[in-house]
Design a protein around this ligand. Structure first.
Ligand SMILES: Cc1cc2nc3c(=O)[nH]c(=O)nc-3n(C[C@H](O)[C@H](O)[C@H](O)COP(=O)(O)OP(=O)(O)OC[C@H]3O[C@@H](n4cnc5c(N)ncnc54)[C@H](O)[C@@H]3O)c2cc1C
Ligand code: FES
Length: 360
């Protein structure tokens, strides 16, 4: 209350109340969702699991959604989307995240190597629609591969907490047992929920209940009496495509999909990737001009030595949104052309169609 007082605002001008209050408590800012790391552990050599306790700005999320997490590395703020894997109920005041490292990944390796209890991170509001429907079907199949286990686990934990009494199957792929996440907890959930079948598959190792990569036989193995299940899949593009194909061939409803990596650019875009246009990209604030090419603006700017912020690089997290002052861009995923008026464009999925002016 005291912090909202106009007198406090006047006394702290020009920096604002938050600049001073965060010196006392880094979570006390009013304009950002911040969270303190309360626990960190390593399930595998290539992952880190941690728990965040968010400040009062956080108001919970639906299972399966993601948040944009920001960290400061060498003085630069980097943002990436991550899907908390806790149940909806626990996510009201605690978020559990599991991040798998990329060999050259900046944020995932920082989190694996540097994260310690007590550190404070910044989060966005939750986003995404990889969530449970209001009316639950009587069969649900959750399929995941690698780090894609996180939103699937959030859905599973939520269903178990709600005492979902339909038939539930959880299929999870990893390279080998050494990379398999949440092994003990999944075994325990299966033991305590008679309606749940958990099946693991190892694509480069032995010992799983399922052999090889996903195929319709894996679905029948976990749900022998297939009626009309709702499938959810999160993982690499090839797994998503395989589940979509299986559902089509088995006459089932299309699966709900979440991908952590771009599902592939349209062919035409790849073909014209480096095609130079007779056009210029003008960067208003830095006063630079670049020769425009028919490829995502983010990549062209990076090629020119600029480092615009990015998160997902696939058009979903909005981290790269930048004001276009003039010109037309094409969305490389949908093919839609923008108008020529001023608006925000996502650099990672926008390719110029002619002269362009950006607020950079
Ligand atoms: C909705 C959503 C939810 C997600 N949830 C999770 C989750 O729960 N757990 C999880 O582990 N991950 C999750 N991810 C993935 C996560 O957001 C990051 O992509 C991942 O952690 C890698 O980030 P990084 O900074 O470590 O890697 P980056 O530094 O971004 O690099 C990632 C890869 O891209 C390559 N790369 C980087 N820059 C370029 C460039 N300029 N040109 C070409 N290639 C480049 C790198 O070599 C590397 O292999 C999610 C992604 C999305 C979209
Ligand atoms: S980086 Fe996520 S929308 Fe562009």
């Amino acid at each position: 209350m005291l912090l909202r007082n106009p007198l406090a605002a006047a006394l702290t001008y020009p920096y604002g109340v938050d600049r001073y209050s965060e010196l006392i408590d880094a979570l006390s800012v009013r304009d950002e969702i911040r969270a303190r790391v309360t626990d960190v552990w390593h399930q595998t050599r290539r992952s880190v699991t941690f728990v965040l306790s968010p400040n009062a700005r956080w108001s919970g999320m639906r299972a399966g959604q993601y948040i944009n997490l920001s960290v400061e590395i060498d003085g630069v703020r980097l943002t990436r989307p991550y899907s908390p894997c806790c149940s909806e109920r626990r996510a009201r005041d605690q978020l559990e995240l599991t991040v798998s490292t990329h060999p050259f990944g900046r944020v995932s390796r920082y989190l694996r190597e540097q994260l310690r209890p007590g550190m404070v991170l910044t989060l966005s509001e939750p986003q995404g629609d990889f969530t449970l429907p209001a009316a639950l079907p009587d069969q649900i199949v959750l399929v995941s591969g690698g780090s894609g286990i996180t939103p699937a686990l959030a859905l599973l934990r939520t269903l178990c907490e709600r005492r979902y009494d339909g038939q539930l199957a959880f299929i999870s792929y990893a390279r080998s047992p050494a990379y398999a996440l949440y092994r003990a907890e999944l075994a325990e959930l299966e033991r305590s929920n008679p309606n749940l079948t958990v099946a693991r598959g190892y694509t480069r190792g032995r010992g799983g209940r399922l052999e090889g990569r996903f195929c319709p036989a894996h679905m029948r193995a976990v749900l022998p009496a297939l009626r009309s299940p709702q499938c959810f899949v999160c993982g690499p593009p090839a797994l998503i495509a395989a589940v979509q194909d299986a559902c089509r061939r088995m006459g089932l409803a299309p699966p709900r999909c979440e991908s952590f990596a771009a599902l592939g650019r349209p062919r035409a875009e790849g073909e014209h990737r480096h095609r130079a246009l007779r056009a210029t990209i003008t960067l208003r604030r830095s006063g630079r001009e670049l020769r425009a090419r028919s490829m995502p603006l983010l990549e062209q700017l990076e090629d020119a030595g600029l480092r615009p912020p990015f998160g997902c690089r696939m058009g979903i997290c909005n981290t790269c949104a930048t004001r276009k002052r003039a010109g037309v861009v094409r969305n490389i995923v949908t093919g839609a052309r923008s108008g020529s008026e001023e608006e925000l464009v996502r650099l990672c999925v926008s390719a110029p169609e002619g002269d362009l002016e950006l607020d950079l």
